[in-house]
Write a protein that binds this ligand. Structure first.
Ligand code: SF4
Length: 276
């Protein structure tokens, strides 16, 4: 299930479609794993009617196309969030900035992580959505005045949360697809610069294995865990993401010592899970 939302970008062949589909799929990959895929199915049906994600955004008109997103109500996300996001991305497209350029231009070979490149990309998206908000008749003098759902999508690493969605998006776009999971399109960023996408499952199993000292979904913990995994594979630390997440998501690990599950678990010799 961890790999499931990547099926949406995999539907496309044009790189800008793939990147935009990945950004949207990652942005909505929160909450229950059975609830967000139907939202994405419906969203991509709308985008495909408009010629695919990139074409839909290039042609996006808030007055004409915004109402086509009004059905979107998923937790704190609403259609207006996507209207604003699409207006911002359209502005960047019009300036000749592709998503690839946006997310990779801030990276320098001396950087150890993609953090700086991600910071710059998110900041540019925030500026662009704020500058275009008037087209959707949203009165917002500052980015913080924009709707909560958009602020959730465009959260910054500097805001401190582990930011699973951005790190998963970058993993999809950057890691080679040799295991049949990731897309490996943005070769300007090396896999060694990626950070672990932290969710509750990865946090729990990583804590049991002594890879992190605490189960807190912060950016700092994502960096700590990535640093530990970099010792195992300096070139590709996030390769362990799927394996760590799988135990939790699949339900194989009950989250504590268990007389049935643990003897069958390959991590038993190194697991320090509590007994209750
Ligand atoms: S040994 Fe048991 S508690 Fe530890 S990860 Fe495996 S299933 Fe979970």
């Amino acid at each position: 299930m961890r790999a499931d939302p990547i099926r949406f970008p995999r539907r496309y062949t044009d790189e800008e479609d793939v990147a935009l589909a990945a950004l949207l799929a990652a942005s909505f990959a929160y909450g229950r794993v059975d609830l967000f895929p139907p939202v994405l199915e419906r969203l991509f049906a709308v985008l495909d009617e408009g010629g695919g994600p990139a074409q839909f955004v290039r042609d996006f008109d808030a007055e004409r196309d915004g109402p086509r997103l009004d059905w979107l109500v998923y937790r704190w996300s609403r259609g207006i969030d996507l209207t604003l996001l699409f207006l911002g991305i359209k502005r960047l497209f019009a300036e000749g900035v592709t998503l690839r350029r946006l997310f990779t231009r801030g990276f320098r070979p001396e950087h150890k992580s993609a953090r700086q490149a991600l910071d710059e990309a998110v900041e540019a998206l925030r500026d662009a959505t704020l500058a275009e908000a008037w087209r959707a008749k949203v009165d917002a003098p500052r980015f913080d005045d924009l709707p909560r759902g958009l602020r959730f999508i465009l959260v910054r690493p500097a805001d401190g949360s582990a930011n699973k969605r951005w790190n998963m998006f970058l993993r999809w776009m950057v890691r080679p697809g040799r295991e049949g999971i990731d897309l490996g399109l943005w070769t300007e960023l090396p896999p060694s610069a990626l950070l672990m996408p932290l969710d509750t499952h990865v946090l729990r199993i990583s804590k049991f294995l002594g890879l992190i000292p605490r189960e807190q979904g912060t950016w700092r913990v994502a960096e700590e865990l990535t640093a530990r995994l970099r010792r195992l594979d300096p070139a590709d630390p996030t390769r362990y993401d799927f394996a760590l997440a799988h135990l939790g998501i699949s339900g194989l690990c009950p989250g504590r010592r268990d007389p049935v599950a643990c003897p069958r678990c390959p991590l038993l010799p190194v697991c320090d899970a509590p007994s209750s």
